[in-house]
Design a protein around this ligand. Structure first.
Ligand code: APR
Ligand code: ZN
Length: 244
């Protein structure tokens, strides 16, 4: 693996997936006993599933939203927040793009986060598009505080077949990245899974930090494997030390 020379890396793009939150207690999706081994994604994470049975979809996301109040960010979330601060202090920039809908990056101290798959602690009204902060259970009975329609509120989560958010900002950051880092994702869902190829095509080296090689591990120029709470803080502090 070619070593990435940190001193030329001022603009870093980091993509995270459910693996960074696994040790906080959030289930991943495709590991053994993952979320998709218990639920059919077509029933709970597609617009068609919501139209067919909104109560089931609300129940799925209500359970995941409630679980957020019992878990804490872990050292990997905090290490990325420290890296964001350390880079800014050196005139650099960290763009964090997360596939996760939990708020652990925020609670771990990260300032700038692009939630490309939405956020569990928000709800959106299908009728007027208003986005609401939402920490309680959500149901079809809820009335939109803005347009006052009932039955139109849904989780502010991007479902399969829908367009992820912040794609322009992500493309811009990746095109000008000096380094692309992927943390805790299997590389199986596009467009996120295509980011490493975009970064490499734009000339940036790429680092994979994961429990094990992902589906697109071959596209990375460097890698460290192990639990995120161990390898992410170690890599982040090595990196900050190396850029002085
Ligand atoms: N430390 C580091 N990596 C881990 C850990 C850990 N403790 N535990 C698991 N992983 C890795 C797994 O090896 C796997 O590669 O995290 C990855 C999790 O992959 P997935 O379960 O596929 O989750 P993710 O990549 O985030 O899924 C992407 O798919 O279903 C959609 O919207 C959903 O955002 C999600 C998207
Ligand atoms: Zn509304």
């Amino acid at each position: 693996m070619d070593f990435i020379s940190p001193d030329s890396c001022k603009n870093i793009v980091i993509l995270t997936g459910s693996g960074i939150s696994a040790e906080s207690g959030m289930a991943t999706f495709r590991d053994k006993d993952g979320v998709w081994s218990k639920y059919d994604y077509r029933e709970v994470a597609t617009p068609e599933g919501f139209a067919a049975n909104p109560a089931l979809v609300h129940e799925f996301y209500n359970a995941r939203r409630r679980s957020l109040f019992e878990i804490e960010p872990n050292p990997a979330h905090r290490a990325l927040a420290e890296l964001e601060t350390g880079l800014a202090a050196r005139g650099g920039k960290l763009t964090l793009i997360t596939q996760n809908v939990d708020d652990l990056h925020e609670r771990g101290g990260m300032q700038n986060i692009l939630h490309m798959h939405g956020e569990l602690l928000k709800a959106v009204c299908n009728a007027c598009g208003e986005i609401h902060d939402w920490r309680d259970d959500l149901s079809v009975e809820h009335v939109c505080r803005k347009c006052e329609r009932s039955g139109a509120m849904r989780p502010y989560v991007v479902w399969f077949g829908e367009i992820p958010r912040y794609m322009d900002e992500a493309a811009e950051a990746i095109d000008s990245a000096d380094l692309f880092v992927s943390v805790g994702t299997s590389g199986s869902v596009y467009p996120a899974a295509g980011f490493v190829a975009e970064a490499r095509a734009a000339g940036a080296p790429a680092m994979e930090l994961n429990l094990e090689p992902s589906e697109n591990a071959f596209l990375f120029t460097d890698s460290r494997y192990g639990p995120a709470t161990e390898i992410v803080p170690a890599w982040a502090s090595d990196f900050l030390q190396a850029i002085g």
